[in-house]
Design a protein around this ligand. Structure first.
Ligand SMILES: [Zn+2]
Length: 302
């Protein structure tokens, strides 16, 4: 008699576990690993100490007993897509940019009845500043509606498939000429919405441009089609909300719809579009925002 479980006891156990589940939503900023008995989901945030321009990776996983489907990730009123990366494992990317304020972000993760708030501290970063003097009446080259529409379409892609694998490669052998995130003053006035949305490499005219990671060619645009600012341009969809754009090319070696491998030659450095000399501009966009590509080269986001 002593070894059998009483119906009453079962009920008690059940009622002990349930309030713990409710507590998960209340215990904000307490890591799951503290071991609440009913908390089967685990969340990992990478990097531990992000700074402006970094991509924050939120990995949500469940142990073998737990079913998990389509968790949601939100920050404020913005919801970020989650994609399956392994059985019972999902990931969401939260882009940050120089236009944001440093400080705490609350990341809310919901899955079924479970909800979790994680506080992440995003630290400030000093971006280099350029002072540009424009002669009166000279506004520079204006982009066409067509190129703006095509670029917008590329940056909005959130393909469920994941094409890349491992750290990204450097797309051109030239030295870095302008880094990601540079801010500007025009004629002494700070450009609030401007930051350099990519990394520039001062490769020689005609030098090879390789794809930093595998993907599908989602955009091929040429000056003759109205790409006045971008110049000859290639856009690559790496999947799961991550896309690359390569601007000012002299030559393009791929077509829209092609699948490319990491390291594959996609074109050559040039000075087409709004450019003052041969260089490659590589922009990396995550869920529509331009992030610093460099962490993607040094850190494996598998
Ligand atoms: Zn650039």
């Amino acid at each position: 008699m002593t070894n059998s479980i009483h119906p009453q006891q079962k009920l008690q156990n059940f009622s002990i576990i349930n309030p713990a589940k409710i507590l998960i939503g209340i215990l904000a900023t307490v890591p799951w690993s503290l071991g609440l008995p009913a908390a089967a989901l685990e969340v990992q945030v990478i990097p531990k100490n992000p700074r402006l321009g970094d991509t924050i990776s939120v990995v949500i996983s469940a142990d073998e007993q737990e079913q998990i489907s389509n968790p949601t990730v939100t920050v404020g009123d913005k919801r970020y897509p989650t994609f399956a990366i392994a059985p019972r494992k999902y990931r969401s990317f939260i882009p940050t940019t120089p236009l944001e304020k440093a400080g705490a972000r609350t990341i809310r993760i919901s899955e079924g009845e479970q909800e979790k708030n994680l506080a992440v501290q995003v630290s400030d970063r000093q971006f280099p500043v350029q002072r540009i003097t424009l002669p009166p009446g000279k506004a520079g080259v204006q982009a066409t509606e067509y190129e703006l529409a095509r670029a917008k379409e590329l940056k909005a892609l959130q393909t469920p498939e994941k094409y890349w694998n491992g750290p990204f490669l450097t797309p051109n052998a030239g030295r870095t000429s302008t880094r990601y995130g540079v801010r500007r003053y025009y004629n002494g006035k700070f450009a609030q919405d401007y930051y350099h949305r990519g990394q520039d490499y001062a490769g020689a005219e005609g030098s090879a441009v390789i794809s930093p990671a595998a993907g599908r060619v989602a955009l091929v645009g040429r000056v003759s089609q109205g790409f006045r600012v971008h110049g000859n341009v290639v856009g690559i969809d790496h999947g799961q909300g991550v896309v690359s754009i390569f601007m000012h090319l002299s030559r393009i070696n791929v077509e829209e719809g092609d699948f490319v491998k990491a390291g594959q030659n996609i074109g050559a450095v040039g000075s087409t579009g709004a450019s003052t000399g041969p260089h490659l501009h590589w922009g990396l966009y995550v869920n529509g925002l331009s992030v610093d590509p460099l962490p993607w080269k040094s850190q494996e986001i598998d």
